[in-house]
Ligand binder design. Structure first.
Ligand code: LLP
Length: 401
């Protein structure tokens, strides 16, 4: 790695920081993602416990949040289903061992090969987002002599108190079928021989911490279900998507999101019909807190009016701060020296390649290991090779034993 440090590296762990195998980190090429598999397993146990208290609750993991094979393997072993948005994700879930009977497949633009892949594996359901898509699924299923199970993704026009770029359930968003078209698409499906209508699908957005938003979705679904019941239309399952947020400010204090409040909200406000199952597609809440992007300080530069800590990870490794102005807690794992104020920036040729501005870190030196916390979701999976950079590797706790 060629970097030397000029100060003591004695302190490997302090209570205020995350628990990391620092010695192993020092021998590993940076930047890389590190996943605390113990925390991931504990999170999954909590999910199973809290969802398990309610009859008919089935949890799927939204593969888009993180498809690292080692992470997928742990999630699959915990018994969750998979929520996919592409053929590549269907393959990733099948390879990780998720049973096809627990795979749901959503997305506004499904290609023919992707639909065929879902049909070949007999996935649990296609979450259909338009009439033309329904017709294509019917045609492709007919060619294979199969009947595809379809759920309709309804745009509930429910807002969520989150970042505008990750709100999906408003009428202006591209996702889903308008509520007023719900009955007509169900009618159209019943006239087609190779699709079977099995459920309704919703998703209002991501990083939602206000349970009132999920309650609003429940109320909307209750109205829609009443409407369908009046027309004697039977719905086997309801899928409410994902969206539960995490505490980016306090990854050490709140490592596991409040799954109890989340599942209890649905149990309390959603009126499930007898025999109906309720499906969830959680991504961020499952994997965000167990992951950190580990990077090394290359240089500390004194600017005209501020200090820059220039690290070897950039927006190519973690794009969330540049794309959404997202906050990730940053810790200097190698120093306990007094705090100093830095802009933490990467090496990419873009002014937006900034992880944080004016934050306090224990005094930084060349070679210090820096952790960008809560990066397990939408981190590694959104990495790119811009500037001909290598993709960051991902390790789990067991890799460092
Ligand atoms: N289901 C559907 C239909 C979705 O569109 C999403 C996320 C999920 C489930 C999972 O949502 P979660 O439980 O993770 O909130 N890249 C952005 C987040 C984009 C979310 C897209 N859809 C970020 O880094 O914040």
């Amino acid at each position: 790695m060629g970097l030397t440090t000029t100060h003591t590296q004695a302190n490997s762990y302090r209570n205020m920081k995350g628990k990391f195998p620092i010695e192993k980190f020092r021998q590993t090429q940076t930047p890389f993602y590190y996943y605390d598999s113990g925390l991931l397993r504990q999170t999954l146990r909590t999910i199973n416990e809290e969802a398990g208290r309610h009859e008919g609750f089935c949890v799927h993991y939204a593969i888009k949040a993180n498809a690292n094979p080692k992470v997928l393997n742990i999630i699959c072993q915990a018994g969750l289903g998979a929520d996919c948005v592409s053929g590549g994700e269907i393959m990733a879930s099948i390879n990780a061992g998720f049973p096809a009977s627990k795979i749901v497949y959503a997305g506004v633009g499904k290609s023919d090969w992707e639909i065929n892949l879902g049909l070949d594996h007999d996935i649990f359901s296609f979450n259909v987002e338009s009439v033309p898509e329904l017709e294509v699924i019917n045609e492709l299923a007919m060619a294979k002599g199969k009947v595809a199970r379809v759920a309709f993704r309804i745009n509930p026009n429910v807002g969520a108190h989150t970042h505008a770029n990750i709100t999906t359930g408003l009428a202006e968003n591209k996702f889903g079928i308008a509520m007023r078209d719900m009955e007509s698409i169900i009618d159209q499906a019943s006239a087609l021989s190779n699709v079977k209508f099995v459920g309704l699908h919703f998703h209002i957005g991501s990083q939602i911490l206000d349970m009132g938003d999920f309650k609003a979705l429940c109320n909307r679904i209750n109205d829609l279900q009443d409407q369908l019941e009046r027309h004697h239309i039977k719905v086997e399952n309801i899928n409410v998507g994902g969206g539960l947020g995490i505490d980016y400010q306090h990854p050490n204090r709140v490592p596991i999101p409040d799954f109890k409040a989340y599942f209890d909200t649905y149990a309390r406000f959603l009126k499930l019909r007898p025999g109906q199952t309720l499906h969830f597609e959680l991504g961020r809440a499952v994997v965000a807190q167990c992951g950190s992007l580990i990077t090394k300080t290359l240089y500390v530069k004194e600017g005209a009016c501020k200090k820059f800590a220039i690290v070897d990870a950039g927006m190519t490794d973690l794009i969330r701060p540049a794309l959404y102005n997202a906050y990730h807690k940053i810790e200097n794992l190698s120093s306990e020296e007094p705090l100093e104020t830095y802009d933490v920036v990467g090496p990419i040729c873009e002014s937006s390649d900034v992880f944080a501005k004016s934050i306090d870190l224990n005094q930084c030196h060349r070679g210090d290991l820096i952790a960008l916390r809560s990066a397990g979701a939408y981190g590694e999976i959104m990495a790119s090779c811009y500037n001909c950079r290598q993709l960051p590797k991902g390790y789990i706790t067991e890799d460092f034993r």
